[in-house]
Design a protein around this ligand. Sequence first.
Ligand code: GLN
Length: 192
Amino acid sequence: MKIGVLALQGAFIEHVKMLRQLDVTAAELRLPHQLEDLDGLIIPGGESTTIGKLATEYGLMTPLRKFARAKPTWGTCAGMIFLAKDIGIEEQPILGAMDIAVDRNAFGRQIDSFETDLKIAGLSPEPFHAVFIRAPVVTAVAQGVDVLARLDDGRIVAVRQGHLLATAFHPELTKDLRLHSLFCAIVQGTLA
Ligand code: GLN
């Protein structure tokens, strides 16, 4: 099993390190042909406008759309925005792979970064310490999208749609490997 991490901008090194801690072969991805031998892909947090701009320049938009249609792909924070079908902004390049609507920078300036403990469906019951940095939230999900986690106020911050996973926070900035393990299980096909 080999998992790629889109390495155009943002927190990609941290994801690679987490995967390696799980003894998974991990590779940074910058060029379209590097998608060929991947079984799964992580799109990191960072700045979704920059990721979209660079992906367009590197000729990655069509290959990434094709990949995300067929193979396990996980977006964290900016990566979640990049995966979504609807972000309410026409001009920004996104993959549009996942049937969710997302509100960018949903927490505004006052509390643009915060940390909180979440209960995440599909993980062991211990709370997951989630780091939110200028994070988005999911404002709507289509049928077939499972909500995995919500904030106390009910806003959705983790979702799964079959082979696609999206989290509004940054699991790669903690020591908790459970979401990376969950994604590996999706890639291996050992999770229903
Ligand atoms: N606010 C960023 C965006 O709109 C996402 C922030 C992050 O990935 N930490 O892309």
